[in-house]
Design a protein around this ligand. Structure first.
Ligand code: AMP
Ligand code: MG
Length: 467
């Protein structure tokens, strides 16, 4: 079924725990991703048969399975904590027909030695949410872990009340995190071995380079500078950017309290536990600096034996990150307005438009669509009309085409996400299926996608972690 090659076990034993998934009582498929199975080189007819169900529910380990929970720590809301996979179990590393390597992980597969007080399980609603938003992010062109399937376990989990239990099969370029390096460094485990492993997995061309730690760190930072800029250009708020939720691969991971911003306000927070707004929309670039600084600290000895030199190399990487993030974010916003490049003449239009949306309390995604389609003028303010006229004049027909390519017709809007989950939880998954289909090509601008533009904003919307 799979074609596994498990390299993570080459690391010293302390880096993981060998653990088997806890069997599920009465498993059934809930969502299946056939195109992704095919991309991975797994026959969807086999994977989504009874034989595959036994594997994706944790009832049967496939041949050559690895079955491990990884050790890591994390700075959560600024404070360090020992974590590790408390409910996720790596089945193995799938080698695709193109020779790429992807972790196949069951999330919600039962307790491990890292579970602390948790039940090791996951509820159906949040796993649907992760499936939906991660697959949408992929289609929006954002690096992300992906979702191969959601399986119901046939057992209840208890959150505020009894809910259906579920397991999501997550696919990732790797599950190495900033927190994995922090863990190795804080516990005096072999940071060098981890660095070698991460380089072999993500930057093989750096393996023999003298300054490999610096070059590696710089590339991780460059990927985060692009990733967070992409999030923000889409109005995405990750919501829990702890260091255990920042990958080395540059993929978005952990779709707990994330959400796409409705009304544009840089201070927007949806996460129910983010009381001080640490992970608010506008702070995400800065949190990248905090997290990368932690990676730099963990890699200090590898960066340079001399602590002062190590510190200055770390500072250089953080400076590259800050510059790149700013540039990427503005470039992407420029494209959304229809500018191929930004210069001293047009950069102010980006900030002008953000200010206009803020002042008029406009919906973020919808406002860019209005600039793209030029429609719904009956609702435009005088300022909006003036802005549009100036934009059309300065960007021409090329600008219009660029706006179509840069502004999605549809995103996982909070109202629609909630509707899809709520209906699916009580047995009607038809809207979920329709929504997933419309999210597959968000830049197609079809009539069916446009038909969902008018959905409302949920007042005081809240999202939740670790569900
Ligand atoms: P997250 O908020 O998903 O990033 O999770 C933070 C930590 O809590 C990770 O170590 C998870 O493995 C762990 N965790 C979250 N939910 C559970 C659960 N239901 N049972 C055990 N561990 C959990
Ligand atoms: Mg996490």
């Amino acid at each position: 079924m799979f074609h596994f090659d498990n390299s993570y076990e080459e690391l010293p034993d302390a880096f993981y725990e060998k653990v088997k998934p806890t069997p599920a009582e009465d498993p059934s498929f809930f969502i299946t991703n056939r195109p992704l199975a095919t991309e991975l080189g797994v026959d969807p007819d086999v994977l989504f048969s009874d034989e595959g169900l036994a594997v994706l529910s944790g009832n049967q380990l496939p041949e050559e399975s690895s079955s491990i929970a990884m050790a890591y720590m994390g700075h959560q809301f600024g404070y360090p904590t020992m974590l590790g996979d408390g409910r996720a179990i790596l089945l193995g590393e799938q080698i695709t027909p193109k020779g790429e390597r992807y972790d196949i992980q069951l999330k919600g597969a039962g307790r491990t030695s890292f579970s602390r007080g948790g039940d090791g399980r996951a509820a159906l609603g949040p796993m649907i949410r992760e499936y939906l938003i991660s697959e949408a992010m992929h289609a929006l062109g954002v690096p992300t872990t992906r979702a191969l399937a959601v399986v119901k376990t046939g057992q209840d989990v208890f959150r505020n009340h009894a809910e259906d239990g579920a397991i999501l099969t997550r696919v990732a370029a790797s599950h190495l995190r900033v927190g994995t390096f922090e863990w190795a460094s804080a516990t005096d485990n072999d940071v060098n071995a981890l660095l070698d492993y991460a380089i072999k997995r993500h930057e093989p061309d750096l393996a023999e380079k003298e300054d490999r730690a610096y070059l590696f760190f710089d590339r991780v930072a460059a990927r985060q500078a692009m990733l967070i800029a992409q999030w923000m250009a889409l109005g995405f708020i990750h919501g829990v950017m702890n260091t255990d939720n920042m990958t080395i691969s540059g993929e978005t991971i952990d779709y707990g309290p994330c959400a796409f911003m409705d009304t544009f306000d840089p201070k927007t927070v949806y996460s129910s536990i983010d009381h001080f707004g640490r992970y608010r929309f506008e702070n995400q670039g800065q949190i990248g600096v905090f997290n990368l600084n932690k990676l730099g600290e963990a890699l200090s000895e590898q960066l340079d034996r001399n602590p002062e030199k190590a510190e200055s190399k770390k500072a250089a990487v953080l400076a590259h990150y800050a510059d790149a993030f700013e540039k990427n974010y503005f470039d992407l916003l420029g494209k959304k307005l229809g500018f191929q490049t930004l210069d001293s003449e047009n950069t102010h239009l980006v900030t002008d438009f953000l200010a206009l949306m803020y002042r008029e309390k406009l919906d973020y995604t919808e406002s860019f669509l209005r600039l793209t389609y030029g429609d719904r003028r009956e609702d435009w303010s005088e300022d909006f009309k003036d802005f549009y006229a100036l934009l059309v004049q300065t960007t021409g027909s090329e600008g219009e085409a660029l706006r179509y390519r840069s502004n999605p017709a549809i995103i996982p809007k909070n109202y629609l996400v909630e509707r899809a989950i709520r209906e699916a939880e009580v047995g009607d998954a038809s809207f979920l299926a329709e929504f997933l289909e419309l999210l597959k090509d968000p830049f197609a601008h079809t009539e069916a996608q446009k038909a969902l533009r008018d959905t409302p904003t949920i007042p005081l919307y809240k999202t939740y972690c670790g569900t």
